[in-house]
Design a protein around this ligand. Structure first.
Ligand code: ATP
Ligand code: MG
Length: 432
């Protein structure tokens, strides 16, 4: 017996209602990015595995256990479905020498893949909007990236998303803090879970990022990185905070914010909501000055963030945001052989004039076509029979109340009549 095929666990279809919602979200995101001068870049979904190992770090959740990696059966190359976008973006920057062309602000949107346990807000295929800047040392750009977030939440009609920031300092400062941290965790080695024990000597900072509630109390008492920052790092952090304060943007300094990826330095930040349960981080980012050089490029300071689209869309839904369904202006009903041929021309002619037309396909009685017209949500039905086809006319039938009676019109007058009625009905909507 045939077994029905299903999508891969943790990888979801977006059906039309949902996909339309996403398109509206994407429209808002694109105009928001334009307002800040960001330009699009599109990287492949598959990259060489060593790119992620070098960029993200060997001792991270992503590289240790979340990557979808495989061997190209033709040439034996090790490949990985991208788990995040920054590594590929930096690779492209270096490969095409974008920094020399003054390309400083980039964004991308698309699928990412991580082999995690699927749950609400956590999927194996998910989507991010990523924003990256290159060649800017900050703290002005760090602050701009943070302020951008606040504007987007506003554009999306979202509130209650809180900003947390921290500074990870520079590698030397982190090394001193790390020594203190290892000494601290060694005192509590009995309490450490398996992940933490493994990371104790490879990447102890990441223990602070643990999701295990039993570790949280001990982590709260651990030495704080901020106490190990030198004058320059502190000045950078203060510079960011000054701009945020000037803009009147509230934030919390969270000393335990260390981010899941190895490549960050100085400013890191997360936007967090308590409305999505455990998966509350909707946007996360920071500075990664060392990464371009680490991947073989010229030393280039960099700063960016990524937002999880699934979580943001869930939040918009949760706060009652339901966009108007996208319906055609016209459903074109036709009956008869000549009428069918003529209907095609009428439909294309209307589209030439900016009218959205759903042309009935597949025949059927006039009555059943009219039912489909109603169900489509269209504003009008345009009805053509062989008689109308012979005289280049059509019936314009309003499908919503308050838009007058059915009229027979010259086809050449249809678009104007529809536009007139559409405008009239919008005015009526506004007055209501
Ligand atoms: P988390 O701590 O939730 O695992 P992360 O630190 O691994 O997040 P990043 O790599 O910083 O996440 O990714 C940026 C954003 O992408 C996250 O804040 C989140 O909104 C989203 N995101 C990350 N992983 C997933 C996933 N598996 N499913 C859905 N969204 C995700
Ligand atoms: Mg994660």
């Amino acid at each position: 017996m045939n077994q029905t095929l299903q999508s891969v666990r943790g990888m979801n279809d977006l059906l039309p209602d949902e996909a339309e919602f996403w398109e509206l979200f994407e429209d808002t995101v694109r105009s928001w990015l334009k307002a800040y001068g960001y330009r699009p870049i599109r990287m492949p979904i598959v990259e060489p595995t060593p790119l992620f190992k070098r960029a993200i770090g060997e001792v991270t959740d992503i590289v240790e256990k979340e990557m979808y990696s495989f061997t190209d059966s033709l040439n034996g190359e090790q490949l990985t479905l991208r788990p995040e976008g920054t590594a590929g973006c930096v690779r492209a920057l270096i490969q095409h020498n974008l920094a020399a062309q003054q390309v400083r602000r980039l964004y991308y949107m698309g699928q990412m893949f991580r082999h995690e346990r699927p749950q609400k807000g956590r999927y194996r295929q998910f989507h991010q909007v990523g924003v990256e800047t290159f060649g800017l040392v900050g703290p002005d750009i760090d602050a701009e990236l943070i302020l951008m977030g606040a504007r987007l939440w506003d554009d999306l009609g979202l509130d209650g998303i809180e900003l947390q920031i921290n500074s990870l300092g520079q590698p030397e400062e982190r090394a001193q803090h790390r020594a203190a941290l290892v000494a601290y965790f060694e005192q509590y080695s009995d309490l450490l879970d398996e992940d933490a024990r493994r990371r104790l000597y490879t990447n102890p900072l990441r223990i602070l990022d643990s999701k295990n509630p039993q570790l949280q109390e001990m982590c709260a008492g651990a030495p704080k990185l901020i106490d190990y920052l030198g004058v320059e790092s502190l000045a950078h952090f203060e510079g960011v905070q000054r701009i945020l304060c000037d803009a009147g943007l509230p934030y919390t300094v969270n000393p335990r914010l260390v981010r899941g990826l190895d490549y960050y330095n100085l400013t890191v930040f997360e936007w967090v909501t308590d409305r999505l349960g455990a998966q509350g981080t909707v946007c996360a980012g920071g500075r990664y000055d060392g990464l371009v050089e680490q991947l073989g490029g010229k030393p280039t300071p960099a700063c960016g963030f990524a937002m999880g689209i699934e979580r943001l869309v869930a939040l918009i839904r949760d706060s009652g945001g339901t966009p108007a369904p996208v319906a055609p202006d016209v459903y074109l009903v036709h009956q008869g052989t000549e009428a069918a041929r003529f209907a095609f021309r009428v439909a294309e002619g209307l589209r030439d004039q900016g009218v959205n037309v759903l042309l009935h396909c597949g025949g059927g009685s006039f009555k059943s076509q009219m039912k489909k017209a109603d169900a489509s949500g269209a504003t009008f039905a345009v009805v053509i029979g062989d008689d109308e086809a012979a005289t280049a006319e059509a019936q314009l039938k309003p499908l919503r109340e308050g838009q007058g009676a059915q009229r027979k019109l010259k086809v050449s007058e249809l678009a104007a009549a529809i536009a007139g009625q559409l405008i009239d009905s919008e005015i009526i909507d506004e007055q209501e």
